[in-house]
Write a new protein. Structure first.
Length: 330
């Protein structure tokens, strides 16, 4: 039985080898990835059954994307086929003082042309405990925005909890105000995840980068009071260079009004893509397995710190590996 259903756009990622610059050599390595797919794969590796819903073109590229997800243990029975192409994004990893660069080529993709009637949400959510969405989807056009809201509405009607990772991508919003699109989703959310910049840009709730714990707690409480989210998680990334990140997170439990702060990890980064997604996957796994909020936060932070050491978008660590890390540093 699928416990978490994730909905969003799957893309083809193209990256130069190692720390090379774009087109420094004629080689580009291929991966598949995308925020919600990363969560689904992370959950499967942690041991929580997951499903993924998207729209893929009916061609060999779409077939390959499905095969990759199946190989990672993700249920893809509710994937919709159709549309002209798979979205692409290019990632240059960066190194030391040279930052990572991302270039999107996803306009006109199969998923960008999805509409709110494309998915049978009653069937897709059958037996699920959670639906996971991200703020990327409403940035992709009116159809994806309506489809995400339809998914959240169907989940609420079915008694399925909803998680939303804000995932602010300035390039995708192109000067548009995200709030009219994101706030309706956030109001249907049980678990809201984001970094300080995303809360400010997408919900108008300021949590300055580098803010102290009390300011983050106050902002998290305002999110609950404004939107009704039962849990608010804030990730904090201290980017010292492309190769060294400090990483920790906070969790506000509205039921108890307890605010937790995780331990901090200083990580020599192999690939930063998917770090936040692996945090969301860790939290959802922890909630599905009955962990306390404090234990869930530590588990999710450790899982996401481990992801920063793995090439590609997907977090391929097991729950045992996460627990060993927690035991080692406790």
């Amino acid at each position: 039985m699928t416990q978490v259903v994730c909905f969003g756009e799957l893309m083809l990622r193209l990256s130069p080898p190692g720390a090379e610059r774009f087109f420094q050599s004629p080689t580009l390595r291929t991966w598949f990835g995308g925020s919600e797919a990363n969560v689904a794969v992370g959950l499967a590796h942690l041991g929580t059954p997951s499903g993924y819903v998207t729209r893929l073109p009916e061609n060999v590229v779409g077939d390959a994307a499905l095969a990759v997800l199946r190989a990672e243990g993700v249920d893809v029975t509710s994937v919709v086929r159709g549309g002209p192409r798979l979205g692409i994004y290019f990632v240059e990893s960066g190194a030391d003082i040279r930052p990572m660069r991302v270039v999107y080529d996803r306009a006109g993709s199969a998923f960008s042309q999805i509409d709110d009637g494309a998915v049978d949400w009653k069937a897709a959510l059958q037996g699920a405990a959670w639906l996971h969405l991200s703020g990327i989807t409403p940035a992709l056009g009116d159809g994806p925005a309506r489809a995400a809201l339809a998914a959240a509405t169907a989940a609420r009607a079915a008694g399925v909890k909803v998680s939303l990772d804000l995932n602010f991508r300035p390039a995708l919003w192109a000067g548009r105000d995200p709030r009219p699109f994101v706030e309706p989703l956030a109001r249907a959310t049980d678990l809201l995840v984001g970094n300080p910049g995303a809360f400010a840009a997408m919900l108008g709730i300021a949590t300055p980068e580098g803010a102290g714990d009390q300011l983050v707690r106050d902002a998290s409480a305002r999110v609950h009071e404004t939107l009704g989210c039962a849990h608010v998680a804030v990730t904090r990334r201290d980017v010292r260079s492309a190769s060294l990140h400090g990483w920790n997170a906070c969790l506000y439990d509205a039921g108890t009004k307890i605010f937790q702060v995780s331990r901090r990890y200083d990580v020599n980064v192999v690939d930063r893509v998917g770090g936040g997604d692996s945090f969301a996957a860790g939290l959802l796994h922890a909630f599905c397995t009955g962990m306390t909020p404090a234990a869930a936060l530590e588990f999710a932070t450790a899982a996401s710190a481990l992801k920063l050491t793995i090439p590609g978008d997907f977090n391929r660590v097991s729950a045992d590996e996460v627990n060993r890390l927690l035991h080692t540093i406790s």
